[in-house]
Design a protein around this ligand. Structure first.
Ligand SMILES: Nc1ncnc2c1ncn2[C@@H]1O[C@H](COP(=O)(O)OP(=O)(O)OP(=O)(O)O)[C@@H](O)[C@H]1O
Length: 322
């Protein structure tokens, strides 16, 4: 038994709508690693998690989880993993405590042992007080925390979490982050988490894979990705749209080591030292009398990062991702 995940040339095409949701994706997650799969809506995150957790089959490629093939040995895979998906089937008429005790029973705990384990988990996810209430009356955040408790009953070696904090308030999110960090550090649980939030991946993960339109567009530690992306973003709106291309070329040739993009009527410049380089951009445009309507300095958002990564050539992206 190991806590590794290996994905090789994974592809998934949904016949309905002829959607290629995952396109030739390869990556590994090491035992004890905290890995985040980061991407916007529809990027292919849930599809990947569903394949890795044996819920749906891949169209092609090879996936091993905990040393077992997901197609050939799905029951072995299931025995070693915990899964918290976006849509989970919990019975709204049960209380939180009954649901966790039921899960313990399913995993073969005896009655007393199951009760103890349920109490321990309800404490961990901070649901002890609400444990006698029916699940149907729980808030979204409480449901997510209950999902997490259910996932943890059998102390899995590998934990899959599909957007565990989407739509949660900050305190519920913080509680889940804390528990995930603890599991990873203290128990050595391998964690595969999908998220749309850059800050979540940044704060929790050892390594981040960025997925967009079914393809991995970047892979690395948060530090590596940030330095690759650049720390600051300068956004410029020009008076005359006709000179955008010329201005992009000017900035590109006169400023070393920055990435410059034209996006509709704006120019985006990714830089390391925002304030100093903003002045440089103004100076470069000014020498050619190019009028600026607006110029802003900000940290890149996830959207900016995607825009930058997906505008690069596939070759350039691939060499970084491997
Ligand atoms: N069962 C299905 N049948 C047809 N198409 C599907 C199916 N499931 C997903 N897709 C499509 O596959 C693509 C990837 O979807 P997926 O749910 O994996 O994305 P995601 O990154 O998890 O998005 P989100 O953050 O919104 O959950 C989308 O275009 C989606 O519409």
């Amino acid at each position: 038994m190991n806590g590794r995940i290996e994905v090789e040339n994974l592809t998934k095409t949904f016949k309905k709508g002829n959607v290629q949701a995952v396109k030739d994706v390869s990556f590994q997650v090491e035992e004890g690693e905290f890995f985040a799969f980061l991407g916007p809506n529809g990027a292919g995150k849930s599809t990947t998690v569903q394949i890795l957790t044996t819920l749906i089959n891949a169209s092609s490629g090879k996936v091993e989880v905990a040393g077992y093939d997901v197609i050939g040995e799905p029951e072995h895979v299931r025995r070693h993993i915990g899964v918290a998906l976006q849509e989970t089937g919990v019975d709204p008429d049960l209380t939180g405590r009954e649901m966790v005790e039921l899960q313990a029973f399913i995993f073969g705990f005896g009655k007393e042992e199951g009760k103890r384990r349920a109490q321990e988990l309800l404490d961990i996810v901070d649901l002890s007080e609400a444990s006698e209430r029916r699940i149907g009356g729980y808030s979204g955040g409480m449901r997510r925390r209950l999902d997490l408790a259910l996932t943890l009953v059998n102390e899995p070696n590998i934990l899959f979490l599909d957007e565990p904090t989407t739509g949660l308030d900050p305190s519920s999110r913080a509680a889940i982050w804390k528990e995930l960090r603890r599991l990873n550090k203290e128990k050595g649980t391998t964690i595969f988490l999908t998220t749309q939030y850059l800050e979540e991946a940044d704060s929790l993960a050892d390594r981040i894979g960025i997925i967009n339109k079914g393809e991995i567009v970047a892979m690395g530690s948060p530090k590596d990705l940030k330095s690759e992306i650049g720390q600051d973003l300068i956004t410029i709106t020009l008076k005359d749209r006709d000179v955008i291309e010329h201005s992009v070329n000017l900035i590109r040739t006169q400023m070393e080591g920055v990435d410059v993009l034209a996006q509709q009527e704006k120019i985006l410049v990714y830089v390391e030292e925002g304030t100093r380089q903003l002045l440089e951009v103004v100076r470069i445009l000014d020498t050619e009398d190019i009028g600026i309507v607006d110029i802003q300095l900000s940290s890149p958002t996830l959207d900016d990062i995607f825009l930058k990564l997906t505008s690069e050539t596939k070759e350039g992206v691939k060499s970084r991702g491997e």
